[in-house]
Ligand binder design. Structure first.
Ligand SMILES: Nc1ncnc2c1ncn2[C@@H]1O[C@H](COP(=O)(O)OP(=O)(O)O)[C@@H](O)[C@H]1O
Ligand SMILES: [Mg+2]
Length: 292
């Protein structure tokens, strides 16, 4: 990954310049040199020198069409800020290979100083083409302005919050390790998504585990996954599971909670029926969710 290599090449002054641009981007996509100077509190010389360096390393985009030159972070620049912060907090020390590419994220393995391996998820929604505007609206609400930085940061925060709530229950969901900006670090299960298994041992046991855990999560912390299915369940060689991808969760009081819950359960039931011939009744299962 490009950002990882660059981490070592940059000085703390470079990071401060990137952060100054980040602050300016709260108000407008491009930030003028004057504002960058103001937010970094560096003299003009230092500001220009650092801008030149980070621009040369392809971390920022220059706009010369206005009378004053301005800059904006590109996604590698933003990755660097988050990775740098995670390293400074001693949460990670090395980035490993990519382990998954989702619809809206890249997932890497990473390591801390004690050689614990984690999964590191980088949100990459939107940027130029906010195609699925409704989804982003759900994240930022009506007031928000449409910065890709902001959307991805909120997404990471939202998923991390869910992981924290669920982790208390000690089920098969990733232990949250830490997050910064648009990146979350969590427990890693070395395996592959359920959908890629042609057969598994004790499919009925795994099916029941998934359903039981969803019920416990619903009843104990009032959360609905919202995007459950064979793509978001990682299974390892010995049949351990990890239920991942908690971005789209809703609270059980949310107006769509019941229909999302039903869809989640249907997805799992249908998949186990089609692939492993396991019979189940969605309504019977759901009625147990609502009974306590
Ligand atoms: N904690 C994890 N452990 C192991 N693999 C993971 C983990 N989190 C994500 N992955 C891998 O990365 C892929 C994408 O992650 P996911 O959270 O589902 O993102 P998306 O929202 O983009 O689908 C997953 O399908 C899986 O292969
Ligand atoms: Mg997914």
């Amino acid at each position: 990954m490009e950002a990882a290599k660059l981490l070592k090449k940059l000085d703390k002054e470079d990071f401060r310049i990137l952060m100054a641009i980040e602050i300016g981007m709260k108000r407008s996509e491009y930030v003028s040199v004057n504002n960058i100077k103001f937010y970094s509190r560096y003299p003009r010389e230092e500001t220009l020198f650092r801008l030149k360096k980070v621009h040369k390393n392809d971390l920022i985009i220059r706009n010369t069409s206005e009378h004053e030159i301005s800059y904006t972070l590109n996604s590698i620049g933003y990755d660097l800020l988050a990775l740098h912060a995670l390293v400074e907090k001693n949460l990670i020390s090395q980035l490993g290979p990519i382990i998954g590419k989702g619809k809206e994220s890249d997932v890497y393995s990473c390591m801390d100083d004690n050689e614990n391996i984690f999964a590191l998820k980088i949100y990459r929604m939107g940027r130029r083409s906010f195609k699925n505007i409704k989804k982003y609206r759900d994240l930022i609400g009506e007031r928000g302005h449409f910065s890709w930085l902001y959307v991805n940061r909120l997404a990471a925060k939202k998923e991390f919050e869910a992981l924290k709530k669920i982790y208390k229950l000690k089920l098969n969901t990733p232990k949250p390790i830490g997050y910064n900006r648009h990146i979350i670090v969590m427990e890693y299960l070395r395996g592959k998504e359920l959908v890629y298994y042609r057969s598994i041992d004790k499919p009925e046991y795994i099916f029941n585990q998934i359903i039981d855990q969803m019920r416990i999560i619903y009843q104990e912390v009032n959360l609905v996954h919202g995007d459950l299915g064979e793509f978001n369940i990682v299974v390892d060689e010995v049949g351990n599971i990890l239920i991942i991808d908690w971005l789209q969760w809703v609270h059980s009081g949310h107006p769509n909670a019941n229909s999302l819950l039903k869809r989640d359960i249907e997805n799992v039931c249908n998949y186990f029926k089609k692939k492993f011939k396991i019979k189940s009744n969605v309504n019977d299962i759901l009625s147990k969710f609502y009974q306590k």
